[in-house]
Design a protein around this ligand. Structure first.
Ligand code: GDP
Length: 439
């Protein structure tokens, strides 16, 4: 028999209450050996009050929740011990559970079990982690709707449609003598595949917006030395994160900080400045700032209102969304039409935040539309869309049925993988290893 698993479900910190979670065969037997008063067969969810003892030694007074599988988080028999919030007590309970035949759970193992037991699909399981990590209301709303199955619910009908198309193609293969049926089929298939590809395109667009809501927006400040990037970063974050000085090249490293603005989390990066560096350290700084800028969702090119020199923009950054902003507006007598001005010195940076927000173009909807928004999901949506587009153009453009069919199958499998159907445990191990222990 496999060992049952256990883990603290709360951080090992002093607090009012801590929770130790257990799951698997033998959980109730193990608890009977250490919890009193004794309890009989567990048939439903139950809450008990009592003590946990190691032999005669009292460990703590606790509340014990019992869940008879499959009516539990992961579908197995489960227990939750709510003890006093002392790391020492939690450790004593865990040690006791080990001696009673338990094994410490791996990160995400409870959620992995929930997935393998069919309590949730892979998109829902990923949402559990997103929910815990969410630090804005929008991110939380999206994660909750995914957890409720609303995001997977948008893929499932598309997966089913491709499945129906594959079945239709089978008819053509099974009765090759009815050539006209096969041809009619191909045209119908081509049109249907096009429609599914379009729907996948919308899901991808919404997923990208959802990703910004969920993960936040990376904004890199770039520009020549001394234009006021560090000052601007400090003004944006309302604190002194970056070193401000009038000696060019003071920012040698990438300085970063987060800001929550109108429900969206922004991650700002102040870079070392795009310019020819002399010393080795400066060169490393420049390389790092380039890397940071390449990863950003939006670039803010900071210019000096009094000195209009512009930096050379590296080729790898061209084509990125870029906002030009003129700093040190406080030194100007007259502002020019059509330019965005700020003054880091006067903490007058709101116009820049407004412009970034405008460029992102995220409507109200992006904060509440259930979306498939992590890298894994977006990549599989794109692959599926690619396969369906190709299937459609071949089906409508005289391609053979077997190629069209194999492309449909490819798209179908991408969508199944997205939902975690028929995937290898290597993939899911990788996903669940990013979870907390005890979740
Ligand atoms: P960086 O090299 O681009 O990071 O520039 P810094 O933030 O270090 O600023 C360079 C100099 O410009 C410092 O002396 C700042 O005090 C000054 N400075 C920055 N922003 C402003 C501003 O909005 N107005 C004025 N008058 N001076 C500024």
């Amino acid at each position: 028999m496999d060992k049952f698993i256990y883990a603290p479900a709360t951080p090992l910190l002093r607090s009012a209450i801590s929770i130790v979670r257990l799951s698997g065969d033998g959980v109730f037997d193990a608890l009977r050996k250490c919890f009193s008063p004794s309890f009989k067969e567990v048939t439903k969810r139950t809450a008990l009050v009592g003590t946990i003892k190691d032999g005669d030694r009292l460990i703590d007074e606790v509340v014990l929740l019992l869940y008879k599988g499959p009516n539990s988080y992961d579908g197995e028999d489960m227990g939750e011990i709510m003890c006093h919030g002392s790391p020492l007590i939690v450790e004593e309970i865990c040690t006791l559970l080990e001696t009673l035949g338990g094994r410490k759970a791996a990160p995400g193992e409870f959620s992995a079990r929930a997935y393998y037991n069919g309590k949730m699909d892979l998109v829902q399981a990923e949402a559990v982690n997103d929910l815990i990590s969410a630090d804005t209301e929008g991110a939380k709303t999206l994660a909750l709707s995914s957890l409720q199955g609303l995001s997977s619910g948008r893929v499932k009908p598309l997966r089913d449609e491709v499945e129906t198309m594959l079945a239709l193609m089978e008819v053509g293969f099974d009765y090759p003598e009815y050539d006209d049926i096969a041809t009619a089929n191909l045209e119908e298939i081509g049109n249907k595949a096009q429609k599914v590809a379009e729907a996948l395109g919308s899901l991808i667009k919404e997923g990208r917006e959802g990703r910004l809501v969920k993960d936040g927006v990376k904004v890199a400040l770039i520009g020549k030395p001394n234009v006021g990037k560090s000052s601007l970063l400090n003004a944006l974050l309302h604190k002194d994160k970056a070193i401000v000085s009038d000696i060019p090249g003071t920012t040698r490293d990438v300085v970063e900080g987060d800001l929550n603005y109108k429900g969206l989390s922004y991650h700002f990066l102040d870079t070392a400045g795009l310019r020819e560096g002399e010393g080795a350290i400066e060169k490393i700084g420049i390389e790092k700032s380039l890397e940071a800028a390449e990863e950003a969702d939006i670039l803010v090119l900071v210019l000096d209102s009094l000195n209009e020199e512009r930096p050379e923009i590296d080729e790898s950054l061209r084509g990125k969304e870029m906002i030009e902003v003129y700093n040190k507006a406080d030194l100007l007598k007259e502002e020019k039409e059509g330019r965005l001005y700020v003054s880091a010195l006067k903490q007058d940076v709101e116009p820049l935040l407004k412009e970034i927000s405008k460029r992102l173009g995220l409507g109200e909807k992006a904060f509440r539309t259930p979306s498939l928004n992590n890298a894994r999901q977006l990549s599989l949506l794109s692959k599926a869309r690619g396969a369906l587009l190709e299937a459609s153009s071949l089906a409508l453009g005289g391609g053979t049925a077997d190629i069209v069919s194999s492309l449909l199958l490819e798209g179908y499998n991408n969508l199944r993988e997205l939902l975690g159907e028929g995937v290898t445990s290597d993939l899911t191990d990788e996903i669940f290893s990013r979870f907390c222990v005890g979740k």
